[in-house]
Design a protein around this ligand. Structure first.
Ligand SMILES: NC(=O)c1ccc[n+]([C@@H]2O[C@H](COP(=O)([O-])OP(=O)(O)OC[C@H]3O[C@@H](n4cnc5c(N)ncnc54)[C@H](OP(=O)(O)O)[C@@H]3O)[C@@H](O)[C@H]2O)c1
Length: 263
């Protein structure tokens, strides 16, 4: 019960990591605000939560920026506070640069980057007024290095690090703590909804994702990281080695990436 009576807002809560986070935080005593586009899936998540905290469903498209002030106002009116915002909603990509329509590059940046900074900027003043809060961002190992066929996705995740590392130092004295979360392969719907170059969904459960870490295990690590107010965490198995290669043998990683086959 490490988060008893804390209000935790999770975006992308209708499946995968966000859904698992909803169950994990509810078990830990938190009240939840759950956001995603699919209302029916959010209702199913609410019904499957086993804690005793209250749950507010707030379905919207995170790229509907004009709605962000209304969403934040509704959350504050309902609970009086938001203690933790977890920016988790995201979409991936499965297409080479040269086959990717520019509109797809932009869409991925809108969902994975601009929506995150817009919602964060809308919530922050309320947190600062209350004397503190936590902002979590679900980035990826691909926020630290890049793979082929995911150029815009990697760019969007790298951008989050640049932005939130800067914000962290700006708001530290106001009691705001920022956690960047970098999962490796996690078994979710992510590859199914990944965009192809023409903007259509990939629609395939990729092998590496199918064999990835279970979402509830990933969620447990995230809950622990937020409890400890970590600045950055890597939640991955063998694929974590690429991080060390990027740091200590970048030329070797570059060669490996030329040979990689994303299925
Ligand atoms: N799975 C992995 O291997 C992995 C690895 C590293 C990082 N991540 C990151 O983890 C996060 C969660 O992904 P996941 O793996 O759990 O995939 P997922 O099962 O596909 O979940 C993605 C979530 O984001 C929501 N979402 C997508 N676009 C949205 C929009 N425009 N507005 C509102 N909600 C939106 C989806 O809900 P609706 O469709 O209902 O809107 C869904 O709840 C993402 O940021 C992803 O980049 C995943």
């Amino acid at each position: 019960m490490r988060f008893r009576n804390k209000v935790v807002w999770i975006t992308g809560a209708s499946s995968g990591i966000g859904e698992a986070l909803a169950y994990a935080f509810h078990r830990e005593g938190a009240h939840l605000i759950l956001t995603a586009r699919r209302r029916d899936r959010l209702e199913a998540v609410r019904n499957a939560c086993t804690g005793d905290g209250k749950i507010l469903l707030l379905p919207f498209d995170v790229t509907d920026y004009d709605f962000h002030p209304t969403a934040v106002a509704a959350s504050i009116e309902h609970f009086g506070q938001v203690d933790i915002l977890i920016n988790n909603a995201g979409i991936s990509q499965r297409s080479l640069v040269l086959e990717t329509d520019f509109s797809v590059d932009r869409r991925i940046m809108e969902v994975n980057y601009f929506s995150v900074i817009s919602l964060t900027k809308t919530v922050l003043p309320y947190m600062i007024e209350r004397g503190g809060g936590q902002i979590a961002v679900v980035s990826s190992l691909l926020g630290k290095f890049s793979t082929p066929r995911q150029s815009a996705y990697c760019a969007s995740k790298h951008a989050l690090h640049g932005y939130f590392d800067s914000l962290r130092s700006e708001v530290y004295d106001q009691g705001i703590r920022i956690t960047l979360i970098c999962p490796g392969f996690v078994r979710t719907e992510v590859s199914m909804h990944a965009l192809r170059g023409d903007g259509q969904e990939h629609g395939v459960l990729d092998n590496r994702i199918a064999r990835g870490m279970p979402a509830d295990v990933c969620a447990r690590h995230i809950v622990n990281a937020l409890y400890k107010r970590k600045e950055e965490v890597y939640i991955a198995r063998y694929e974590k080695i690429a991080l060390y290669l990027k740091r200590f043998a970048p030329g070797l990683l570059s060669k490996l990436m030329r040979k990689i086959k994303l299925t």
